[in-house]
Ligand binder design. Structure first.
Ligand SMILES: [Cu+2]
Length: 324
């Protein structure tokens, strides 16, 4: 069961970030509002096969992570940070790699509507991955080819994995050590808006999103890990229309046929804005986003701890109007 649902993450990340040429994305690179705050910096380059620039050991702290993706990395990439808890880094990586496996056979789950709801309340003792759910996710950011992204994350003491934030990312994960104590007085970057994620919602809790380049704070106020896939939608798209796309994706997966979109075709009709690295409960990140005015869709596909169903199928998506 979990394989069936989890493979949705891969599918949807692919359609959001894999099938749309980077040149289609709006917005020029703006100067970083996060640089110059005096945060220690981690400069990372993504090549077609590697995550470069992470030392074997760094001091604990709140970092400005500057991620540059080489021009020849097709479709861009991303970096996220994971701290294994009660498991080895190898175990966590093995579970994440398994998410990238081929889509399993349809397993008799209901093809209509939200099969997840039935699963969630069922007697579900299948072996769900545990190392990946127990891990601490510090966040990260997605970046398009040839561009540079900025994200502020907390790296607490212990062993960490930097990975491509996608089980199918071509870059090998990097394991590194964070030592010393977390500083007491962590600087809080100023943000134009704060987004909160929880079960199962994404919403603006402070400030507002407007066109232009801004620092946005993202807090996970829920219990499970979450991330945000962020796209620009056709003007006036509603949450109901996103629900239709999700249902059609689910139906396609259950039947094994390619999806047939009755309304919005994600490949044709949406443009990627960014995605954020997965965050555990009680973590905050700050990212820079360059927003176009219009209708934006924010959605989380992290697998639910109960049954592996991506959170989007529990309603974790929202539409936000970004004004001029
Ligand atoms: Cu989520």
């Amino acid at each position: 069961m979990i394989g069936t649902h989890v493979s949705k993450i891969v599918l949807i990340l692919l359609f959001m970030f894999g099938l749309i040429p980077a040149t289609a994305v709006q917005g020029a690179q703006a100067e970083s509002g996060l640089a110059g705050l005096g945060l220690p910096e981690l400069s990372i380059t993504l090549t077609t096969s590697a995550i470069e620039g992470i030392p074997d050991q760094v001091d604990a702290g709140r970092y400005l992570v500057v991620v540059t993706v080489d021009d020849d990395v097709e479709f861009g990439g991303g970096v996220g940070f994971i701290q294994p808890v009660g498991a080895s880094s190898e175990d966590v990586l093995a579970e994440l790699a398994a998410l990238a496996g081929p889509p399993p056979e349809a397993d008799g789950a209901s093809p209509e509507g939200s099969p997840s709801a039935a699963d969630a309340h069922g007697d579900h003792e299948e072996a769900l991955p545990s190392a990946m759910f127990d891990s601490i996710y510090a966040g990260g950011t997605g970046v398009l080819s040839g561009q540079t992204g900025h994200v502020v994350v907390d790296l607490t003491p212990g062993e960490w994995i930097a990975w491509g934030e996608d089980p199918e990312a071509p870059q090998s994960p990097v394991i590194f050590q964070v030592t010393g104590d977390m500083p007491d007085n962590l600087l809080e970057p100023e943000a134009a808006a704060t987004l909160v994620m929880g079960e199962y919602l994404i919403m603006v809790s402070e400030g507002e999103l407007t066109a232009g380049s801004h620092v946005v704070r993202i807090d996970n106020v829920g219990a499970q890990p979450h991330f945000i896939g962020w796209v620009l939608l056709p003007d006036g798209t509603t949450e109901e229309q996103i629900g239709v796309v999700l249902d059609e994706e689910m139906q396609a997966e259950m039947s094994g046929a390619p999806p047939v979109y009755s309304d919005i075709d994600p490949e044709e009709d949406t443009m990627p804005v960014t995605f954020t690295g997965t965050q555990s409960a009680d973590t905050s990140i700050w990212i820079e986003v360059d927003l176009e005015a219009g209708t934006h869709g924010l959605v989380c596909f992290f697998p639910d701890v109960s049954d592996g169903t991506p959170h989007a199928y529990y309603g974790m998506y929202t539409v936000i109007q970004v004004g001029e």
